[in-house]
Ligand binder design. Structure first.
Ligand code: ADP
Ligand code: MG
Length: 250
């Protein structure tokens, strides 16, 4: 489903990604761990083409998003193709990013109408189903400010699902939540994982990684330092930097 090879990305003179290889099969959950500033968010942004890679290849579902080698552009999808592809990659942010002037239901329905050209009734029917899935059917008419952080994040997840994504990227989905609200969001993620949703999740929630991940990846300083099954990486890390990181978050 996803295959990145040799991805490099710099901002000015700072090299944020220094040759990242990552692949994930359809229906699997990949958890990315790593200290702040290690390039995790940038990596997710390269996968859905919010950032252009300087070098390397990014493939999603067989389609090449960007391809450059030694700085030469060899092939790239058109802007229109990129937008079309991005619409099928869900992105859930740390800070929910709901539209404040729309209700929960409208937030979930909106992009279906604008991006997928569903009819209003199709979009609202699907939005109702998805709010039920995230256990918020009774809050459909609420505005984001009337919802808790955990509820807002569950609406954001329903919104991402509404576009029938091939893949959902989660960037620290529980980091902005009060501790007592983390569990309800992780429950939704576990539920999605169990349904075979292809997910890449940046999180510091080690318990979630242990239960839900097929693969755990540890990033540091723009590189993937270590990867493997959760028990391998979490219980028997091979690299000193992984051990040092885990000793701080566990
Ligand atoms: P993480 O998500 O692991 O904390 P990021 O991918 O957000 O790391 O950032 C990695 C590095 O890239 C940081 O040093 C950050 O300041 C820098 N960075 C990220 N985005 C930009 C940008 N748009 N412009 C300049 N520097 C950036
Ligand atoms: Mg980040």
């Amino acid at each position: 489903m996803i295959e990145l090879t040799g991805v490099h990305k710099s901002f000015g003179s700072i090299e944020v990604l220094r040759g990242v290889d990552l692949s994930a099969k359809a229906g699997t959950v990949t958890v990315i761990l790593g200290p702040s500033g290690s390039g995790k968010s940038t990596l997710l942004r390269c996968i859905n083409h919010l950032e252009k890679v300087d070098r390397g290849t990014v493939r999603v579902d067989g389609e090449l998003i960007g391809y450059r080698q030694n700085g030469n552009r060899l092939h790239e999808l058109s802007e229109r193709q990129i937008l079309k592809q991005r619409a099928r990659i869900g992105f859930v942010f740390q800070n929910f990013n709901l539209f404040p002037h729309l209700t929960a239901l409208q937030n979930v329905a909106e992009a279906q109408i604008s991006a997928l050209r569903r009819t209003t009734s199709q979009a609202y029917e699907k939005a109702h189903e998805l709010l039920e899935l995230v256990d918020l059917w009774d809050r459909a008419g609420a505005y984001p400010r009337q919802l808790s952080g955990g509820q807002q994040q569950r609406v954001a997840i329903a919104r991402a699902l509404a576009l029938d994504p091939k893949l959902i990227l989660f960037d620290e989905p529980t980091s902005a939540l009060d501790p007592e609200l983390v569990g309800e969001v992780l429950d939704v993620l576990r539920d999605l994982a169990a349904r075979g949703t292809t997910m890449i999740v940046v999180t510091h929630e080690i318990g979630f990684a242990r239960e839900a991940a097929d693969t755990v990846v540890f990033m540091d300083d723009g590189r993937i330092v270590e990867r493997g099954r959760p028990d391998q990486v979490l219980d028997n890390p091979q690299h000193e930097r992984t051990r040092a990181f885990l000793s701080k978050v566990l």
